[in-house]
Design a protein around this ligand. Structure first.
Ligand code: HMG
Ligand code: MG
Length: 297
């Protein structure tokens, strides 16, 4: 990858769909992933192997992985919270896995039912097993700017965690503005600290678009040497354990912005538009009239 190319790590089948309230058929997930593969993504997070009690929508991860048309140019990734998840991911022949920690204690408890320190302990055997099977591991950190329960996140905590996860063997750390409240000055404060701990080439931006600032946050991240951003076609998504979190920034918007700024993404914009249209069709249909108890303010 050159300085002038940017990788968009496609999240829609996992981060995009995990929060959808209605069960989406496995075949529809497979169609989405196949459309994404044809759009030119090098990385697609296809599913997660978490507890189906916690995220029922992605309980069919193994069936999805078995049914997709796998292109050799694409790395199909999945989130894994523990050894049970690793074994399932291995059996499904994923190309890479993601472990996910948080910079806020409250979110760590809510999302994976343990403290930050306990989560790192839990990841150790996963890292060892992944190394033994030569499976690359990406590390995620949530709530890097703000947590609705714990307040503003100290950037130094994120930098230390990122450094620790790189030392554990992650090939890249994805920095999650999980609830999409960051603005460029907050991203700059965060990255000022993070790039002292981990070179920007090993960081990724995972910006949800709740506040409509995600594209601006990507622009603010580029001078730090960050060349990978997580996004979902159609802006799909949210997190079931972070109420109010909107979708990831839309992949097609990121691709358009970056190509206008002179960066190559390797994506086929027409194919991307088709994938985005299909992804949007999977969403729960919006209400056609206001809820009965809604009152004009
Ligand atoms: P727990 O309840 O403490 O775990 O959950 P447990 O070990 O007691 O297991 C409970 C049950 O789940 C047991 O089954 C286990 O066998 C089973 P039972 O005995 O009751 O029948 N189980 C599993 N089954 C299948 N696969 C597994 C697995 N693990 C346990 N891997 C746990 C702890 C971590 C499992 C749970 O909290 C969990 O699955 N959490 C995942 C939550 C999640 O997926 N959140 C969304 C992804 S993170 C995100 O979106 C943020 C990100 O996008 C970045 C950002 O935006 O910031 C990445
Ligand atoms: Mg996310």
């Amino acid at each position: 990858m050159t300085q002038n190319s940017v990788r968009i790590f496609e999240m829609s089948p996992r981060d995009g769909l995990q929060n959808e309230p209605l069960s989406i058929p496995t075949a529809a997930k497979v169609t989405l992933i196949n459309l994404l593969s044809k759009s030119g993504f090098a990385d697609i997070e296809a599913t997660s192997f978490v507890s189906p009690k916690w995220v029922p929508q992605l309980a069919d991860g193994a069936a999805v992985m078995a049914a997709i048309d796998r292109l050799p140019s694409v790395s199909y990734a999945a989130l894994v919270p523990n050894m049970t998840g690793f074994d399932r991911a291995l059996a499904a022949r994923v190309d890479s896995i993601g472990i996910f920690a948080a910079a806020s204690q409250s979110f760590s408890q809510k999302n994976i039912n343990c403290s930050i320190a306990e989560s790192l302990d839990r990841f150790q055997p996963v890292m060892a097993a992944a190394a033994a099977h030569k499976i690359p591991v990406r590390g995620y950190i949530s709530m890097v700017v703000h947590c609705p329960d714990d307040g503003d996140t100290d950037p130094q905590i994120v930098a230390d965690l990122a450094s620790r996860m790189m030392d554990m063997g992650c090939y890249q750390i994805s920095l999650g503005d999980t609830v999409g409240v960051a603005s460029p000055p907050a991203i700059q404060r965060l990255l000022d600290k993070c790039v002292r701990a981990v070179d920007g080439a090993y960081l990724a931006g995972h910006y949800h678009d709740t506040g409509g600032q995600a594209l601006a946050n990507i622009t603010a991240s580029l001078p730090y040497g960050i060349r990978c951003f997580d996004a979902s076609v159609g802006g799909l998504g949210g997190c079931p354990y972070a109420p109010g979190a909107a979708g990831n920034v839309a992949s097609e918007a990121v691709a358009e912005m970056l190509s206008q700024a002179g960066f190559a993404t390797g994506l086929d914009h027409d194919a991307l538009a088709i994938a985005a249209k299909f992804a949007s069709s999977l969403r729960q249909p919006p209400a056609t009239q206001p809820p009965a108890n809604w009152q004009m303010p």
